[in-house]
Design a protein around this ligand. Sequence first.
Ligand code: SAH
Length: 381
Amino acid sequence: MKRDDILDWLHEEDGRRLGGLWRWADTVRGDNVGEAVHLRGLIEISNYCIRQCGYCGLRFGNHELERYRMNEEEIMACVGEAEAYGYGTVVLQSGEDYGIEAKWFESLIGRIKKETRLAVTLSLGERPDEDLETWRKAGADRYLLRFETSDNDLYRLIHPSLPGRKSNRLAILKTLKKLGYETGSGIMIGIPGQTYASLTQDLHLFQRLDLDMVGVGPYIPHSQTPLGQGKWKRMISKRDQVPNTEQMTYKVIALTRIVCPEANIPSTTALDTINREQGRELGLRRGANVVMPNLTPPPYRTQYEIYPSKGGMTEVSPDCHSLLNHRIHSIGRRVGTGRGDRVHRGRTTSPFNGMDLSFSDFIGKNKNYKLRGSKIFGLLL
Ligand code: SAH
């Protein structure tokens, strides 16, 4: 998709045309990754962090937050739950916490790989290359590291480097690929100071990086952060500012699907947080194919407060688990089995792979899309 087209879609407000975008994204999703919704059990293993990110409640400078780090048995208990629920993957996420020692974590990964058939996804921030290599050798399958924004000035403002170590997430993504991880990245939508032009560039970058996983969610202000308090500011005109709205999030999910047809794309917790009734389902109907139910034990879950009131439908208990399954079936989808690895269909196999298609091409090639759309997704039109 051309940059100008992306930019036009980001500005689009017409309901009918947006309905077309949702159907386009949903068709590309169905053709490339199918009807399965993969469930990844999220375990937030530590909220310690050495970073001072302007947006995140886990930042070192937030002294209001009580800190925790889960031990091996606690983590393994959550891993056991993921298996019992039939998930294919666990995602181990934390602040950038060097209290999570590389060696200790290596043996934990080894244990999960030995005792279960789960894929292991890591999201531990900007760890040194040696750690990433050690963990890959221990059997870790995937790594998530959002670049947050491709706008350099904005990134430097909201994500200060550590002394003597310039933050370069794109370089780390390259290393992850080289090490053989399935590699995921993503952004926040509506960061104060984020322009439409930079968001367009973010989407273009997703495409260029050929990411295996892409997570996008709305920026949610946290009152214990400089960005949330309006202290760190970048002056842009009101007209240029991307809103951190639900609608904008759906546009970005849909466009992400169109530019990265084969990627695994979650309907994120942040989206669930801003619309607890329907956010998760609408994300799934507009391009997403992954849900990450939260398996973190309750006392820790509230302390993993990257932004306020995190959660909603991601709560997991046996009841919630069957409700989630029910909701997935109710939108005409099925719960994925197996690990849910990235598919590689090749760029020529699908008539809707989206990479080079325009919207009018899509309508031309899929003349009955209205029929399909209204039959399955009638309520949404
Ligand atoms: N320490 C890891 C994991 C961070 S939490 C890392 O830095 O990669 C995962 C994601 O949550 C972040 O990448 C960021 O995109 C998102 N996040 C953090 N603060 C947020 C906020 N206030 N609103 C919305 N998303 C936020």
